[in-house]
Ligand binder design. Sequence first.
Ligand code: FES
Ligand SMILES: [Fe+2]
Length: 399
Amino acid sequence: MADCWWSSYADVTAALDRVMRPIEEASGLPNEAYVSDEFAEWEQDVLLARSWACIGTGRRVPEAGDAMPLEFAGLPLIMVRGRDDEVRVFHNVCSHRGMLLMEKPARTRGTIRCPYHSWTYDLDGSLRATPMIGGTDSNTCPGFDKAKHGLKPVRSATWFDAVFVNLSGDAEPFESFIAPVAKRWKDFESAPLHHEAIDSSFTLDVACNWKLAVENFCEAYHLPWIHPGLNSYSRLEDHYQIAEEVDGYAGQGSTAYRPQLVENGNGLPVMPGLPARWHGTAEYVALFPTALFGVHADHCFVGTIMPMSPGRTVEHVDLYYFDDEALGDGCAELRQANTALWKGIFLEDRFVVEGMQRGRASPAFRGGVLSPALEHTTHSFYRWAGKRFIEAAKATHNA
Ligand code: FES
Ligand SMILES: [Fe+2]
C-alpha cells in the first residue's frame, strides 16, 4: 500500500477543509490531486480500490470464452465471460510463478493457458492442468492440491452491462451501492440491452486526470458554451440537477431531449412499455468513481473512465438500444448518427477537461469556487472524494 500522501491528519483536514464546506464556501480538490504521481498512487489504494469501480462493459467480452486483459488501479486484471454467460474478473497473474496470463483480448476455447509453463485454468478460474509438475512423465505431484491454486478472483458485479469491481474486497454489498440509482431508474430495470458492435462504441484518449472527466460529466452549467448543438434542443434551462443528499452518484437530467438524428425526422424505437414521463426526458449520472450512465427512452450509454496516469484518461463509451429493431439495417443510419452525436459531445468536452488539466500546473489556482446554483453535482463528487481521502488519512495516522 502506498504511503499516505499527507504527512499528518492535520494536513489533510487543512487541505480539504474548504472542499467539505457548504457549496457557497467550497472549493475543489488541490492541484496535486490531479498532477502528482505519488498522489495518484495513493489514490489508487484509498479511492479506486475501495470503491465499486466500473472497469468496462460486458459487451467487450461478448461471447462465452472471451477474455480481455486490462489494468486498473495499477493492477493487471482479466475480464472473462464464462460458459454460464457470467462475466467474472480475475487477477491476471498465474498462480505458479506469477507470469502475466494474457496480454491481449482473446476468444479462448474454454481455458486460459499461461504462456510460461502451460498451466491451464478454466473460465471459472479453477486450475485444470499443470503439465509435468511431477516430472516429465507426470502432470501431478504429491502434496500439490490444484484446488488451492486457481486464479484469484476479484469481487465483481454487472449492472446495465457495466462491470464493477471492488479490489479491496470490503466495500458495501454491491446491491446497496447500486440501490439508489437502481431505484431511480426502476422503469429500465428489465430493459433488454442490445448493442451493435460495429457502430455503437467509441474510445477517446484524453490528456486529463480522470477526476476532471467525472466532474465535467456531472454538471450542465457548461452546456451553452461547450455544446451549442445539444443546447439548441436540450437547453440549460431544461436541465435539473441530480445531487440531493446522495453519497456516491450525481448528475443531471433534461426534460427536452429530442435530437433530430436524420433529416427525415425518423427516430429510434423507444423502449416498449416505458412510462410516458420518460419520453423526451434524459438522465445522466456518474457513479463515483468511474462509471458514467445516460438513459433516454430509446437508448442508453455506459461510459467507463479509465485512469491511466495523473494526466491521462481513456474513456470508453458503449451505446445500447432497448428494442432489437434498432439493430437492423433499417436503423443503421440512425444508430450511426446517434453514436456520432455522442462522440461529438464527448469530443467537445475534451477541450475543457484538457484545459483544466493544464491549468492545474498553475499555483495561482487553488481549487477555485463553485456556482452555488448550478454545480451541486460537481461539489458532491469533490465531497465524495474528500471524505474518503480524509478517512484514509485518519486511519493511517491513527487520528
Ligand atoms: S508461471 Fe504460469 S505456468 Fe509457470
Ligand atoms: Fe459536456
